[in-house]
Design a protein around this ligand. Structure first.
Ligand SMILES: C[S@@+](CC[C@H](N)C(=O)[O-])C[C@H]1O[C@@H](n2cnc3c(N)ncnc32)[C@H](O)[C@@H]1O
Length: 518
């Protein structure tokens, strides 16, 4: 876990270090006399008002811990509520995301410095300690400000009682730079445990990533993957081809002319770097949207082999409608029909909204369990099962999820995934295509799931999904597909696994099955 840079800022009471107090290459701050500088006044005599940016991060951490909230959904609301300017919003974002991502590592460091179990601390006090630790060890905030502002936050939000403890613990945490803490704490650990601590991932996830990388031939790239999980993800745009004004592709072109960069992997996508997405033309018309390029690539690939007139397509797990929107627009192009299925009513509503700019002759939304899709009494020529999964492929986007997810979640999810595949297989037409997709590289949800499917369904044949991905890719995308390392085993060789560190996308998995005609 590398110390992350953050822009210098004024806190109201403290200013970020100038040149004489910049961190050196080890992350330690240089101070006259060699000692780290902390406030000399007792915590009880310091200011009580919380800095708004830190308070924002604190409120998000509380919502994540108490209400199981998603930071990426709560943070924008809290930033608006606090009326933060651009610079403070960026500070609050880095503080929130950085603290949540590295929570496990910071807790290990805090355990060394707190004289009781962390679980015995009041949750808001523990959150404040985590925020202070992130500022001390991974942001360019001077130690004085990091400690004082955290103590002020605790006094303001929790009360004077724990402020002494917070002050004392943070002083100890700030006594060493992150690198030194990590070197000390990993000295007696095995490789996997050390990687988990250094890169702030739970061990079971590092183990699963290592296994998956190996199966797909990327075994020497574990550190790169873990680092990519800790970096801020790029924002990807998609232009939905629909009959609006402007059309999705036109809106995408306008976005590119105003600074977005056209994707080198596939057509119809761009990388957005900075600015307010809401101001882009086409966003209000709902034809220009944010969607990971990996998701776009896979959705388009399913429509790649020649489409016959009158085909029927099914998206079995459609909410919130990202892939369904692309599929529906392609269905409208080919004049075929998409059924988008989603059991959660509010998510089904999101699917309807996502599909709304597209001619409704070519799509319908069904609100229902994927396992009861047979009730429709129809078969489908192309089906996508974008199954509920652990989401380990999108850790960059959901900073809290790696600590929230438990290995025990896999058992239930893999059963549901298999049941949904079975339901899809039952309504797949002869010669029909079934795409099994997850936003996770975990072998239990991906390759093992495919191998088990092939055992249960001798009528299904595994095709090489790379062929479709390559067919619609631009030269750089095709190059990545062609030059991928050799996978271990026949199943892995035919299944696409995208990676944040090589493709710049979420770690999406894509297997393509065909039902042989009797
Ligand atoms: C990974 S998400 C799908 C993402 C979507 N395809 C997209 O591109 O926006 C999985 C979806 O499956 C839905 N789901 C959960 N249980 C299901 C079930 N029994 N049948 C069908 N869908 C289910 C979830 O509500 C969730 O919306």
């Amino acid at each position: 876990m590398a110390p992350r840079p953050a822009r210098g800022r004024t806190t109201g009471r403290s200013t970020v270090s100038d040149g004489s107090q910049r961190r050196n290459e080890k992350g330690r701050q240089r101070h006259r006399g060699g000692h780290r500088q902390f406030s000399q006044s007792a915590p009880s005599r310091r200011t009580r008002r919380s800095d708004p940016a830190r308070l924002t991060a604190f409120r998000v951490l509380r919502a994540v811990a108490l209400d199981d909230a998603y930071a990426n959904l709560v943070l924008p609301t809290e930033i608006r509520h606090a009326k933060l300017d651009k610079r403070d919003a960026a500070f609050a974002t880095e503080l929130t995301y950085g603290t949540l991502r590295a929570q496990g590592t910071y807790d290990t460091i805090l355990r060394q410095n707190v004289d009781r179990e962390l679980e015995q601390l009041d949750p808001p006090v523990l959150n404040a300690l985590r925020l202070g630790t992130h500022q001390l060890l991974a942001m360019r905030v001077d130690d004085h400000a990091a400690v004082n502002e955290t103590v002020a936050l605790v006094r303001d939000q929790v009360g004077a009682g724990p402020s002494g403890l917070v002050n004392a613990v943070l002083r100890k945490v700030g006594a060493k730079p992150l690198q030194e803490w990590l070197d000390d704490l990993t000295a007696d650990l095995g490789d996997l445990e050390a990687l988990a601590l250094r890169h702030a991932h739970p061990r079971w996830i590092v183990r699963a990533m290592r296994q998956s990388l190996k199966l797909h031939g990327y075994e020497d790239q574990l550190v790169e993957l873990l680092e990519a999980d800790n970096a801020a993800p790029e924002v990807h745009l998609v232009g939905i081809p629909a009959g609006a004004e402007p059309s999705g592709p036109e809106a995408l072109q306008l976005a590119i002319e105003s600074g977005a960069v056209g994707s080198e992997l596939i057509d119809g996508a761009a990388v957005f770097r900075g600015g307010d997405i809401g101001r882009l033309s086409g966003v209000r018309e709902n034809v220009l949207r944010v969607q990971d390029i990996g998701s776009q690539w896979i959705a388009r690939a399913l429509a790649e082999p020649a489409v016959a007139p009158g085909e029927k397509w099914l998206d079995l797990c459609a909410g919130p409608g990202g892939k369904a929107a692309l599929l529906a627009s392609l269905a409208a192009d080919y004049e075929v029909h998409l059924t988008a299925n989603e059991p959660a009513p509010h998510r089904a509503e999101l699917v309807r909204k996502a599909l709304q700019p597209i001619n409704s002759d070519f799509w319908e939304v069904r609100t229902g369990d994927g396992q009861s899709i047979g009730e429709l009494g129809q078969t489908f020529d192309r089906i996508i099962v974008d199954a509920p999964c652990t989401g380990l492929g999108a850790l960059r986007r959901r900073p809290e999820s790696r600590w929230r997810r438990q290995p025990g979640d896999l058992a239930q999810l893999t059963i549901l995934q298999a049941e949904l595949i079975d339901s899809a297989a039952a309504v797949l037409a002869d010669d029909g295509l079934l795409a099994y997709v997850t936003c996770s590289p975990h072998p239990a949800e991906t390759l093992v799931q495919v191998e088990d499917t092939l055992k249960r369904h001798p009528e299904l044949e595994l095709l090489d999904a790379h062929v479709l991905m390559e067919d619609l890719a631009l030269p750089a995308g095709a190059d990545l597909i062609q030059k991928r390392p050799a996978a271990t085993g026949e199943t892995a060789a035919k299944c696409v696994q995208l990676w944040p560190h090589t493709h710049g996308t979420d770690a999406m998995f894509f297997a393509l099955l065909r039902k042989e005609a009797p």
